[in-house]
Design a binder for this molecule. Structure first.
Ligand code: GLY
Length: 339
């Protein structure tokens, strides 16, 4: 997909985990003339409502103390304006709060209590985001480490546990031990380009499960987990945010397009560079005790709507593309540094 034949159509590039009906609904909106920004927000909102997805929004897996903290960002490639929220608790649509930060403040990123205050001020819809299913997954992991309700109450109160089987005294130990468990590093990315070339990127996540409270990943960090510039393209990342924050991956990939690299060269060179950085880091990532390598998958679209995805994962990761002249999304395998 290296030619300009796609440029006259609207395009949605999305994480492979997103259900087809969500992408199809977004594509229909594009066909009806809805702006790229409204389509990107709607796709993200639909994923945030999906209780089957434990890495985003409603039913996302919580932090180590059992609280679902959501991160989201929204970037407009026409203006380079952006908005983001981090560690937002119990609002149904973090992506809409992120977009409102862009539209209604002079800032880009609001976090924690301030983000919740802002969400209340704009009358964002509150919702209890922790579901019984997500809570059970979270609690099973704590119990496996010997944490019972009394110990959890101590941790939630800021106290220290005595004589824990896994030598967990505080939330630092708990998060470090739980993060060895691989499940939960995941995110929703969508990049939308309308037929006029306007590109908008949206990223939303509940972040890494069992994270330390208020840990932010790359999803709300413009340049790390999300970047869009109509002139060159857009990138959005999924995986261990501590890697792409260090690397500035999304901005790097878009800059590679700016410097004239092809889509494939820009995507592959960015992931290879990240992989080399990861090797230099060695044990310095939060995954220091686990045997499997953490990974990143980056979606990349150029200014003409050509699409790809690039990763450092050993396992097969996918992405989906639908254009306004197509009836349904097509799923593709992401390129990997291991292929
Ligand atoms: N990429 C999502 C996160 O690190 O939280």
């Amino acid at each position: 997909m290296s030619t300009n034949t796609h440029a006259t159509h609207g395009t949605i590039l999305a994480s492979g985990e997103i259900k087809d009906w969500i992408i199809e609904r977004g594509t229909e909106m594009l066909r009806n003339g809805t702006s790229a920004a409204d389509v990107a927000e709607q796709v993200a909102r639909d994923v945030e409502d999906d209780a089957d997805d434990h890495s985003v929004g409603f039913s996302g897996l919580p932090n180590c103390l059992g609280m679902v903290e959501c991160d989201a960002s929204f970037m407009d490639g026409a203006t380079l304006n952006a908005g983001a929220v981090g560690a937002l608790v119990d609002f149904r649509h973090p992506i809409s709060v992120a977009r409102a930060v862009m539209q209604r403040t002079l800032h880009i990123l609001l976090v924690g209590d301030g983000a919740a205050r802002f969400a209340r001020e704009i009358k964002a819809e509150p919702r209890t985001m922790l579901t019984p299913t997500a809570e059970a997954i979270w609690w099973e992991r704590l119990q496996a480490l010997g944490i019972d309700q009394d110990a959890l109450n101590i941790l939630r109160g800021g106290g220290a546990i005595q004589n824990s089987p896994a030598q967990i005294q505080g939330a630092i130990d708990l998060a470090n031990q739980c993060l060895n468990f691989r499940k939960g590093s995941d995110t929703m990315n969508v990049i939308v380009r309308d037929a006029t070339g306007h590109i908008v990127s949206a990223v939303t996540t509940s972040g890494i499960a069992w994270k330390y409270p208020s840990r932010l990943g790359d999803s709300p960090i413009i340049g790390a987990g999300n970047y869009a510039d109509n002139r060159f393209g857009a990138a959005a990342c999924m995986g261990l945010g501590e890697l792409t924050i260090r690397h500035g991956s999304s901005l790097r990939a878009v800059m590679a397009l700016q410097l004239g690299q092809s889509l494939a060269t820009a995507g592959q060179s960015t992931m290879l560079d990240l992989w080399h950085m990861q090797k230099r880091l060695g044990g310095a990532t939060v995954w220091h005790n686990q045997s499997a390598d953490p990974w990143i998958r980056m979606l990349l679209m150029d200014a003409n709507g050509n699409c790809g995805a690039y990763s450092t994962a050993k396992e097969n990761l996918t992405y989906k593309v639908q254009r306004t002249n197509e009836a349904a999304p097509t799923q593709f395998d992401a390129w990997s540094v291991h292929n």
